[in-house]
Design a protein around this ligand. Structure first.
Ligand code: FAD
Ligand code: DHB
Length: 389
């Protein structure tokens, strides 16, 4: 087995891992980034689209926001649609801030290019890495690639390896999982179709939730709530388009998104999860490795960006001055933002989805809640503040 040494090993090249290794590089701290999948796979993975105000600022400050600012779509409002009626939440009027619609895979692409241009040590296609000895002064990460076993010993290990990585199990008995599973999933598609309108639409229809989003002037991104037992084969193109038109209905009439070739489709289960604490010994977890939110609030990647911003500062302080306070308090500081996002994402999810178990009372209360949100400036502002971040 080959053995190397570095200051920080980062596991996982999603937005969290790539941004962390970039931020540490900017501070002169050496990292090795180990990713299970190959580069094409990582860059093709379609997920988030909404970048909140604060996360966009972190990317700009880090010098990786130029293309996002050039090509991303600034949005000043969103629409809530229910009972066949459209209601706009004027986010920018209410908060002075806006969101940017820019695909997660574009951010991953921009960060990867920048790491490689800076000579960063980013290793793709390593297979699943394992984390060891986190309670010692010499934690390490091992992986198998090119027919050989590799070991990297470091001062710190950061697991940015998502919900199914090595980070959560490595915390062992120290980890308390706090979880809520929803009985549905999102069927998401990307289509070569011009967006019919230019703001996101969150629709609550008796058949279930639907979300209208976009990626560019020629690509539409759409989602449908489906039972978590459904399979993609059960959703041929025609069925998807017809169901979208129905769920976006206005005044009793189906509202057709512009149709086009569907070139990507996936199913994502919805869950809320926080693993506490987010650290043990010399191991730190960031992003989806530490927490998951249902996508309704568009918060997952934004939280990942916030986590690594905090962690990069704490690691820099420790390396520069030996001061460990920032690292010791990382979990407590990160969890404050995490739990606010968990709350907002749960609130949006329960307000906008249909639950089979809901009684007539639950349904009426849901409509009353939506009515409050769109007719009271205080409620609208609360939604807008949380949404734009
Ligand atoms: P990931 O992106 O999951 O990256 C983890 C990486 O680690 C992966 O590349 C994986 O291959 C690698 N890995 C895993 N295990 C190992 C191992 N053992 N060794 C080495 N590598 C490993 N968020 C938003 O902010 N806004 C949105 O609008 C939004 N919309 C969403 C829509 C959908 C349908 C979905 C599914 C998610 C959405 N999210 C959104 C959430 C967002 O995509 C995630 O929160 C984000 O990907 C988290 O980034 P991450 O870097 O923490 O983890
Ligand atoms: C998108 C994803 C979300 O989860 C969301 O709440 C809004 C938009 C998107 O992929 O565009």
């Amino acid at each position: 087995m080959s053995t190397e040494r570095t200051q920080v090993v980062v596991v996982g090249a999603g937005p969290a891992g790539l941004l962390l290794s970039h931020l540490l590089h900017e501070e002169g701290i050496a990292t090795i980034l180990v990713e299970a999948q190959d580069r094409d796979y990582v860059q093709a993975r379609v997920r988030a689209g909404v970048i909140e105000h604060g996360a966009a600022d972190i990317l700009r400050r880090a010098g990786v926001g130029d293309r996002m600012d050039r090509e991303g779509l600034p949005h000043e409002g969103i629409e809530l649609r229910f009972d066949g009626t459209a209601h706009r939440i004027a986010m920018t009027d209410l908060t002075g801030r806006h969101i940017t619609v820019y695909g997660q895979q574009e951010i991953v692409h921009d960060l990867t290019e920048r790491r490689l241009a800076d000579g960063g040590d980013v290793r793709f296609a390593c297979g699943p890495a394992a984390i060891h000895d986190i309670d010692s002064a010499e934690p390490s990460v091992t992986y198998t690639a090119d027919g050989g076993e590799h070991r990297i010993v470091a001062d710190f290990v950061v697991a940015c390896d998502g919900a199914h990585g090595a980070g959560r199990p490595a915390l062992g008995g120290a980890l308390t999982p706090i979880e809520k599973v929803y009985p549905f999933a999102w069927l998401g598609i990307l289509a070569h179709a011009a967006p019919r309108i230019h703001e996101l639409v969150y629709a609550n229809h008796e058949n279930g939730f639907a979300l209208y989003s976009m990626r560019s002037p020629t690509v539409t991104r759409l989602y449908l709530q489906v039972p978590s037992t459904d399979r993609l084969e059960e959703w041929p193109d025609e069925r998807i388009w017809d169901e979208l038109a129905l769920r976006f209905s206005l005044d009793g009439q189906p509202w057709e998104p512009t149709r086009g070739e569907i070139f990507e489709r996936s199913l994502a289960p919805l869950r809320s999860y926080v693993g506490e604490p987010m650290q043990r010994g010399r191991l730190f977890l960031a992003g989806d490795a530490a927490h998951t939110v249902p996508p309704t609030g568009a918060k997952g990647m934004n939280l990942a960006i916030r986590d690594v911003d905090l962690l990069a500062r704490a690691l820099t302080e420790q390396v520069r001055t030996g001061e460990e306070a920032g690292l010791r308090t990382y979990t407590d500081r990160a969890l404050r933002a995490v739990w606010r996002a968990e709350y907002f994402s749960w609130w949006m999810t329960t307000m906008l989805h249909r639950f089979d178990a809901d009684s007539a009372f639950d349904r009426r209360v849901q409509t009353a809640q939506l009515t409050n949100v769109v007719s009271s400036r205080a409620y609208s502002t609360a939604l807008a503040e949380n949404y734009v971040g």
